[in-house]
Ligand binder design. Structure first.
Ligand code: NAI
Length: 340
């Protein structure tokens, strides 16, 4: 089989290697034409290579501009291996490669019982600033501050990303989520930028909603939303809420985009409680790989894999334990592979 796309594969920690094996197998069976270069990162990389994010991994991603990443364990700060200054590898990756836009599609999976049957939302989260800027200070004993950063550049480019995505995918509406009634300067600047960008996309409806009201409306009337754009912390929280609307993190795909490339990843963690047992659900990583294929212009094979996955869910006979079935990771993946 010839491979016309070359991408870095970070299998990751815990269940990472098991679900990565399943995903690579399905893509091979679908003749997706992706050649994987396996690179280390995470806790396993720290133990084996002395670094959670080896330079050669970063170099490979910079060269290929494309990666699929399994979950990475974040050791608890202060543990023997990492000392007290450990930084999340995910945050480091996003910062180093300036992956400023996080994209989380949330769609109903047939056969997975939830409160709603027709969810189709996209959460777009600013990835580089907000309260995740790492600017924390202890002013005096018992008094600390965490600084929230908003820049015109970052607020504008995330809005442009959201509206360009909406235009490309023929989406109808973008909602800017904020708390500008309280954080008048930082969220105020974000809204100013969202509004300015929205004017360049007259065919797309733009509205704004306060974060707390958005959380409530998402669980009561999700059909009123389409694409949602927001700063870092709000996006972190609301995109998990979105995953909950369709069956949880085990089904949630995501992609991180920047000028230097794109990194697609499963949203869930390394699940140490089930690692090595061969029972993890590979769907989130598989659907992230589907997004990677779409990003590379391989829409046809992406659709085949997505359809096959949904078919296995719809049939409901070969599901993993987290979804109420009893199939192993590979049995579930084989059921998909047979249908692609
Ligand atoms: P987790 O997502 O790993 O696990 C939470 C629960 O969901 C567990 O019961 C686990 O068994 C289950 N679960 C997760 N993924 C599953 C899958 N694919 N199939 C079946 N069940 C699944 O979250 P937790 O326990 O808080 O974190 C464990 C480690 O993962 C930590 O070191 C954390 O820092 C890291 N983590 C990494 C992320 C990433 O790399 N993107 C995201 C979240 C956590």
């Amino acid at each position: 089989m010839s491979s016309d796309v070359s991408a870095v594969l970070i299998e990751g920690d815990g269940i990472g290697p098991e679900i990565a094996e399943a995903v690579v197998m399905v893509l091979d069976k679908a003749k997706a034409g992706v050649e994987w270069e396996r690179m280390p990162a995470g806790y396993t990389a720290l133990l084996e290579h002395g670094s959670t994010l080896p330079e050669r991994t970063l170099t490979a991603i910079r060269e290929k501009r494309l990666a699929l990443k399994g979950p990475l364990t974040t050791p608890v700060a202060g543990s023997i291996e990492v000392g007290s200054d450990f930084k999340s590898v995910n945050v480091q990756l996003r910062r180093t490669l300036d992956l400023y836009a996080n994209y989380r599609p949330v769609r109903t999976v047939p056969g997975v019982k939830t409160r709603f049957s027709d969810i189709d939302l996209v959460f777009i989260r600013e990835n580089t600033e907000g309260l995740y800027s790492g600017l924390e200070h202890e002013i005096t004993d018992g008094v600390v501050t965490s600084l929230k950063v908003a820049t015109r550049k970052a607020c504008t480019r995330i809005a442009e990303f959201a509206f360009e995505f909406a235009r490309r995918e023929k989406r109808k509406k973008v909602t800017g989520v904020h708390k500008a009634n309280i954080m008048k300067l930082s969220d105020g600047l974000a809204l100013e930028c969202y509004r300015a960008v929205s004017k360049k996309f007259p065919e797309i409806e733009y509205d704004e909603k306060i974060i707390d009201a958005t959380a409530m409306a998402l669980v009561m009337t999700p059909e009123k939303f389409d694409v949602l754009v927001m700063e870092n912390l709000y996006g972190d929280i609301l995109s998990d809420l979105g995953a909950g609307l369709v069956g949880g993190l085990g089904l949630a795909a995501s992609g991180n985009f920047g000028a230097l490339g794109a990194v697609f990843e499963a949203v869930h963690g390394s699940a140490p409680d089930i690692a090595g047992k061969g029972i993890a659900n590979p769907t989130a990583l598989l659907l992230s790989a589907v997004e990677l294929l779409r990003f590379c212009g391989k829409g046809e094979v992406a659709q085949r894999i997505s359809d096959a996955t949904l078919e296995v869910y719809r049939e409901g006979k070969t599901l993993t334990r987290d979804i109420g079935g009893s199939a192993s990771t590979m049995t579930f993946a084989n059921a998909i592979a047979e249908r692609v």
